[in-house]
Ligand binder design. Structure first.
Ligand SMILES: NC(=O)C1=CN([C@@H]2O[C@H](COP(=O)(O)OP(=O)(O)OC[C@H]3O[C@@H](n4cnc5c(N)ncnc54)[C@H](O)[C@@H]3O)[C@@H](O)[C@H]2O)C=CC1
Length: 398
């Protein structure tokens, strides 16, 4: 039977306004019918529930554009290998999903809608299963912490040695799981270009309430093992030889440093401006290394920018304002990474000042809530709801 995106979208619009309830219903149903699957999910389900619905919404609205949908689902399928997902699990999820949509769209439900959802889910699941089966790289890597440098009270730079070779492109990120928080994955960018010894560096800020970031900064020691998911991300080095503007907010510096290292190693000689913005001078956690890079590569200019420290004796201001008043960047290739609001505003200002969007590189995954959170953003983590209470709530309603 052919796909019927219209029926899927129409019925889904009855569920969207009650997305949070529907996600709770879905997981309640899944775990009641298949309790063994609970162990594959993190203890707190808040972030997970948001991600489920955002992913579902994205898939539903992409049903009309098969190419984009296919690459999105294939990436999702490859990434899900690290959770230990098997084809059987897709059946359980499909039946919980159908039950959920049927429950919340009951007033308009018909046999045709049921058939349209069944068809659409089967197609999506098959793309994910095939992509996972066709992938030859490991589903995850074990990595030993070989260095752990506290740089500020909250920020540490970790150096990891994966047990097997991990190929990546500068600017990509990995997901990280610590022994302290099984099944909780968070994204961190790789802060270096590929090295001969295969080691990776991560820049981690311990965010209040951030499980993984706090574990990495405060409770991880040299010799500890971490799990890493496959490297992903599309904010990769430029293909042109234009001059570069890199705008880094806080630990958003990590992937930009990898891109800059790559450009330097390539032997090209573009002028590179790196504006490294932090709130307080004491947050300038990577200056010695950046100054060393600047000294070794005369085409690189590093400009620390401090936003909330009136006593700071250098460039002060908010990054988007400083970017705008500094220079004309119209001929540059621009890279922007950091807190999402800072990235959005900087990208908007750059566009207004004449840099075409095609030459502005940001990581689209950073604003994609279907992916694991990037680092752990201020205000994003919160406390996770206890899953037993959540399941009890579900059972009392059914
Ligand atoms: N650790 C990593 O590997 C990566 C982290 N990130 C993201 O980078 C961010 C880094 O956060 P922090 O180090 O805590 O940075 P922060 O909150 O200390 O801010 C860094 C800079 O961004 C500016 N800024 C913050 N909010 C702004 C806003 N709304 N408008 C304009 N400017 C703003 C600040 O003034 C400062 O100059 C997080 O959102 C994280 O998810 C992104 C990629 C990689």
């Amino acid at each position: 039977m052919p796909l019927n995106p219209r029926l899927v979208k129409e019925s889904f619009s009855a569920v969207e306004p009650v997305a949070a309830k529907a996600a709770g219903y879905f997981y309640g149903r899944l775990f009641t019918h298949c309790p063994h699957l609970r162990g594959m999910f993190p203890p707190g389900m808040e972030v997970q529930r948001d991600r489920l619905f955002t992913a579902l919404t994205r898939v539903v609205w992409m049903l009309d554009s098969p190419e984009g949908l296919e690459s999105y689902l294939a990436q999702l399928g490859r990434d899900h290998r690290k959770y230990g997902v098997s084809p059987d699990h897709y059946r359980a999820v499909g039946s919980a999903l159908l039950a959920t949509i049927r429950h919340f769209a009951a007033e308009i439900w018909t046999d045709e809608i049921e058939a349209a959802w069944t068809e659409a889910y089967a197609m999506a699941a098959q793309i994910m299963i095939d992509a996972a089966a066709g992938e030859t790289t490991p589903a995850w890597w074990l990595a030993e912490v070989i260095d752990h440098e506290p740089r500020t009270r909250d920020i540490s730079v970790l150096t990891l040695r994966p047990s097997e070779r991990m190929d990546f492109v500068p600017g990509q990120y990995v997901t990280v799981q610590t022994a302290r928080w099984p099944r909780v994955w968070r994204r961190f960018s790789i802060a270096n270009a590929p090295r001969l010894d295969g080691t990776l560096r991560l820049h981690v800020r311990a965010v209040p309430g951030g499980w993984v970031s706090t574990a990495l900064v405060r409770h991880t020691r040299i010799g500890d093992q971490l799990l890493l998911g496959p490297p992903v991300g599309t904010m990769t080095p430029p293909e042109s030889d234009r001059d570069l503007l890199c705008v880094a907010g806080g630990t958003g510096l990590a992937p930009l440093k990898a891109v800059i290292e790559h450009v330097i190693a390539s032997g090209d000689r573009p002028n590179i401006h790196l504006l490294f913005g932090v709130r307080r001078a004491s947050d300038l956690y990577d200056m010695p290394d950046l100054v060393r890079m600047e000294a070794a590569f005369p085409w690189l200019r590093v400009v620390p920018v401090v936003s909330d420290d009136p006593g700071y004796d250098g460039m002060r201001g908010r990054l988007p304002d400083v970017v705008e008043r500094f220079h004309s960047w119209a001929d540059h290739e621009a890279y922007v990474c950091g807190p999402p609001a800072m990235v959005d505003e900087t990208v908007r200002r750059l566009q207004l000042s004449g840099v075409p969007l095609a030459r502005i590189h940001r990581d689209p995954m950073q604003s994609d809530p279907t992916a694991e959170p990037h680092g752990e953003e201020r205000g994003l983590t919160g406390t996770a709801r206890d899953v037993d209470g959540f399941l009890a709530g579900f059972e009392s309603k059914t």
